[in-house]
Design a protein around this ligand. Structure first.
Ligand code: HEC
Ligand code: HEC
Length: 449
């Protein structure tokens, strides 16, 4: 309830300042990147009518919101750890269930859907990051036809992707011939002994940071290795750690992300009053999605800092102490596209005809057993707001770990101790407090910056 109040209170200020941010941002124009062809096969796909033009789809796939994994050109030229085949090669990416895509102006590195470039606001350097589409797009294969479904839950294995990335960076750093190939490609005509040494130093730094992230978000030894595997991820756990361990600068201040969940689909989410499986994120117009999505960005490689300072300086100071790589314009655009996305419909042109008898029985069963919680929104009303049904987890009987982690994980608050949890409202942070409130505090900070 308090979260709802907080978001409502922010709505006017947030609207103004988001626009303000846009005007004041000193972004270096991103340097144009030469289009480098994709590696391996990119399947021909068909689309369904989901209310998006192909252009909107492609914008959605390749607009970054401020997520930074490694420099863009590195990702274009990085080899896999145990092979000379490039990391981004279709075969490799498909084995992780990411969807290969053709190289284009929007996708100059020939990367899979959802791997988008982001020009760092401070340095102007291009980085690769994951945008919404990496996790919220999928493809259905039926008798040789590949149907792309925008906003559909991915089957990707984020943790395996990340383990492989750490291994590839490490191998490139430590194997001379591998590094030499990497350096020649990344540096191109700037290749010389000194630039090569600089690159190696930087690779060492970034490989270390990447490995730290892997360690902080790793599971205890008694968990099976593939506990967080294909098609599921503990997004909340990653977001909590981005707030407690990374933004507060103490890598021991972490909780294990032990509650992976299914990736949800995105159609209809903009219209719901709350989102997330545990209904924890209010969707108040404009600010709700932005605040929620900032959490999303920092959870998936957005960088965020909360500097030590009194709260008014953290928020209003000349050099506001909340800084992050979050791209407010990118985020705003992504959310405005999600708003217009429609659910896919059974594609009669590719799939077998519907058995009307079974469909009638199914509809009845659904009405009896499911519709009280999973309400049916007619397709022509998908643009209308609705109130989501919320069910107590004790009544539901599903695995409670994610919900418990979100409300019970604790973390040190370090220099936030004694400040208000929601900056201007809420109770003061104790020395050790609820871990979810730390990213919430941080997200408030960004929302009204
Ligand atoms: C690395 C993968 C990843 C990325 C990138 C990502 N998400 Fe998500 N998203 C998830 C997961 C996992 C959940 C489920 C979290 C939960 O409820 O515990 C989720 C939940 C959501 C929900 C709630 C849906 C519902 O039915 O309650 C929305 C809306 C959403 N994401 C939108 C976005 C948008 C918009 C972006 C880009 C700005 C984005 N996501 C980027 C993985 C991702
Ligand atoms: C009492 C409310 C309730 C009823 C009745 C109900 N569900 Fe659910 N269902 C939920 C909630 C809440 C979730 C998400 C939270 C969770 O998984 O713990 C969920 C999750 C699901 C998911 C998982 C979605 C995913 O991406 O992981 C499926 C599939 C599902 N329900 C199908 C059904 C079907 C089919 C029926 C009817 C036979 C049904 N549910 C009846 C409340 C309900």
């Amino acid at each position: 309830m308090s979260k709802l109040h907080f978001a409502a209170a922010l709505s006017v200020a947030g609207l103004l300042t988001v626009v303000g941010c846009t005007a004041n941002r000193h972004t270096a124009p991103p340097d144009p990147i030469a289009v480098t062809p994709e590696q391996g096969q990119v399947p021909d796909r068909t689309w369904l009518d989901q209310g998006w033009s192909q252009e909107v789809s492609e914008n959605f796939w390749f607009t970054n919101q401020g997520s930074q994994i490694i420099p863009y050109s590195w990702f274009v030229w990085l080899e896999q750890a145990d092979s000379t085949q490039l990391f981004r090669h279709s075969e490799h990416m498909e084995s992780l269930r990411y969807l290969p895509s053709k190289a284009s102006q929007k996708n100059p590195g020939g990367l899979p859907i959802g791997f988008a470039k982001h020009a760092n606001q401070t340095t102007g350097e291009n980085w690769v990051g994951m945008t919404c589409a990496a996790c919220h797009t999928n493809q259905i294969d039926y008798k040789g036809t590949k149907i792309l479904v925008d906003g559909a839950p991915t089957l990707a294995n984020f943790v395996l992707f990340f383990d492989r990335l750490v291994a590839a960076l490490n191998k490139t750093l430590n194997e001379e011939a591998k590094f030499e190939r990497f350096a020649r490609n990344v540096l191109g005509s700037n290749y010389n002994t000194s630039s090569k040494n600089d690159l190696k130093q930087r690779l060492q730094d970034i490989a270390l940071q990447t490995a730290q992230r892997q360690v902080v978000n790793s599971l205890p030894d008694n968990y099976p290795k593939d506990f967080t595997s294909y098609a599921r991820l503990d997004a909340f756990g990653n977001i909590q750690n981005a707030g407690t361990a990374f933004a507060l600068n103490d890598l021991t201040n972490k909780n294990a992300p032990t509650g992976p969940v299914s990736y949800p689909f995105l159609w209809g989410t903009h219209q719901s009053d709350v989102v997330q499986w545990n209904a924890s994120a209010p969707n108040t117009p404009i600010v709700g999605p932005l605040v929620r999505n900032i959490g999303e960005v920092v959870g998936v490689f957005g960088e965020l800092e909360i500097k030590e300072a009194p709260f008014w300086q953290r928020v209003f100071g000349k050099h506001a102490r909340y800084s992050s790589t979050v791209d407010m314009i990118g985020l705003g655009n992504l959310e405005s596209w999600v708003k217009t996305l429609k659910s896919p419909q059974w594609p009669l042109e590719y799939f077998p005809a519907i058995d009307t008898e079974k469909a009638a029985q199914g509809a009845l069963l659904y009405k009896q057993e499911c519709a009280s919680c999973h309400q049916v929104v007619p397709r022509d009303q998908e643009h209308l707001d609705y109130v989501a049904n919320q069910t107590l987890i004790s009544e539901l009987g599903t695995d409670p770990v994610t919900a418990n982690n979100a409300s019970c994980h604790m973390a040190k608050t370090l220099f936030l101790e004694g400040t208000k949890e929601r900056i201007l409202i809420g109770s003061k942070f104790q020395a050790v407090d609820n871990a979810s409130d730390i990213p919430v505090n941080r997200r408030c900070g960004l929302g009204i910056e």
